[in-house]
Design a protein around this ligand. Structure first.
Ligand code: ADP
Ligand code: MG
Length: 237
């Protein structure tokens, strides 16, 4: 295997007295697309927020050769670690174009930013058509694409995606997943959190199953798709 781009060791997240993440360990290799599946409340969002250093956590987090569990979240954006949060977190009153440029706020390579913006408009033509539209008036699927596009404007190495399909109509889910597939095909490392386990496993090479704050199964996506317990609990079979 290639070197791990991100690795968590005994990661724990507590909210007051509640343990939401109970000492999990996992890794994503460079160029891999890995998913974290599990029911509502399993601790998936807490895990991603802990990796992005948006909430306090215990345990070790390694990013490339660096240990980052003491690094502030804003420094990680500079280092290429981008989280597309659950619920998207776009700036509703700003236009599509303004939201995209916010994604590059920490960069000063102006010419390359323009090149990246063009690439994103090619990949997401819907955003180009709506460049001047206020983001709050976009459909849910368009907002999700904007959130992904904004993260890509930061030229991330690692993209953490939290429930990109949430609340979207089936056709829009397909489109958003196509974008995620495109992004992964360009060689970006992706950690995808999804309640839609079937879609996630069809897209990823490996997966972790999270239950009540612990990782209970770790396997290839093909094995997880064939696993009786996974099928019964997460694939509605
Ligand atoms: N800010 C918070 N304060 C207190 N408890 C929280 C908070 N955020 C999440 N939790 C709790 O932590 C657990 C894991 O939540 P979360 O990480 O959002 O799970 P998932 O993303 O898998 O649905 C849940 O029991 C949830 O209620
Ligand atoms: Mg969540």
């Amino acid at each position: 295997m290639a070197q791990a781009l991100i690795e968590a060791l005994n990661l724990e997240v507590h909210y007051g007295g509640i343990a939401a993440v109970k000492g999990i360990s996992f890794a994503v290799e460079e160029g891999e697309m890995v998913c974290l599946i599990g029911a509502n409340g399993a601790g998936k969002t807490s895990t991603l927020k802990a990796l992005a250093r948006m909430i306090p956590a215990r345990g070790e987090i390694h990013y490339g050769k660096e240990r980052i569990d003491g690094t502030p979240g804003y420094d990680l954006i500079r280092k290429g670690l981008a989280l597309v949060p659950e619920g998207r977190g776009i700036f509703a009153r700003l236009t599509v174009a303004e939201n995209l440029s916010m994604g590059a706020y920490h960069r000063n390579d102006t010419a390359d930013i323009a090149v990246d913006l063009d690439k994103i408009y090619v990949m997401l033509p819907r955003l180009k058509e709506r460049a001047a539209q206020v983001a709050g008036t976009l459909s849910g699927g368009e907002q999700q694409m904007l959130a992904i596009g904004r993260a890509l404007m930061g030229r991330p190495k690692l993209l953490l995606l939290d429930e990109p399909s949430m609340g979207l109509a089936p056709l829009m889910v397909e489109k958003v997943f196509e974008v995620v597939r495109d992004v992964a095909a360009q060689g970006m490392t992706v950690l995808l959190v999804e309640q839609n386990a079937k879609l996630a496993l069809e897209l990823c090479s490996r997966g972790y199953v999270m239950e009540s704050g612990s990782i209970t199964v770790a396997d290839t996506a093909a094995n997880l798709l064939a696993d009786e317990r996974v099928r019964a609990a997460y694939l509605g079979e």
